[in-house]
Design a protein around this ligand. Sequence first.
Ligand code: NAD
Length: 288
Amino acid sequence: MKIGFIGLGNMGAPMAANLAKAHDVTGFDTAAKPAGLTLAESAAAAAKNADVVITMLPNGDILRAVASDIHPVMKPGAVHLDCSTVDVESARAVAMAAQNAGLSAVDAPVSGGIGGATNGTLTFMAGGPDKAFATVQPLFDIMGQKAVHCGDAGNGQAAKICNNMILGVTMIATCEAFVLADKLGLDRQAMFDVVSTSSGYSWTMNAYCPAPGVGPTSPADNDYTPGFAAELMLKDLNLSQMAAEAADADTPMGKAATALYAQFVEDEDGMGKDFSAMLPRFESRRRA
Ligand code: NAD
């Protein structure tokens, strides 16, 4: 397959490198120039003649701008596969623009981070027509371990932000419970042993425990080096609140988590730390 790959940052570069082992890939990025990949002079040049154009970009505004550059030059019937995490509205607008240009679009944000991108073990949550999903399925198989077709355009983004809203809320709940346990004189290992096998269990406790030295190895055991950075969690929580606003959904826990991560990243020392560093944050505080 002939593939154009636009956005060769932390995630895009290793995803493109994995695809290039099996397909003809031409990449473009306004700043990054990763070695070992065929590069084009512009997004349009990378997209022209491609069967599938993949974008992996920072946000919805940039995605919309790139889409308006590439759609007019893309081959009729080609697929625009966007793997960025963006707002649902931008994903749906780009899908509509693709359709109007005689193309099809799939929004397929990922979970799995830079490790997953490098090892080809990402999970994709996809929205778009069945036929376009089938066209890009072999590419999901190379870049990832699982792809779930969640329905029409925008539903991939919807699934991603709902998942990450649960993740952000759960991480905060897990961290504050650890700090309460500390203050009540409960040993962290005992806390883990009980909760991880009781009704309070969760992915944040069982697989990504925010307490150093407890549970499986996690960023907490590496001085909270990400992993999944607090500012990326904040980005996804903000997207969840934009979507909740637009859809008139009441999400008080999501709203509270967004405010807490905003404070942590913007006013405290959370920037650049793993999102589980909420635990030392709570540890250093007293009841407000
Ligand atoms: P990044 O900032 O490392 O990469 C984005 C790249 O896009 C940069 O290299 C930048 O130069 C390029 N770019 C910006 N504007 C461009 C344009 N107009 N044309 C071409 N290239 C342009 O970010 P990342 O970590 O690779 O993340 C990419 C997307 O994946 C984001 O939407 C992010 O939310 C999502 N994501 C990231 C992670 C992660 O762990 N890093 C995990 C899941 C999802």
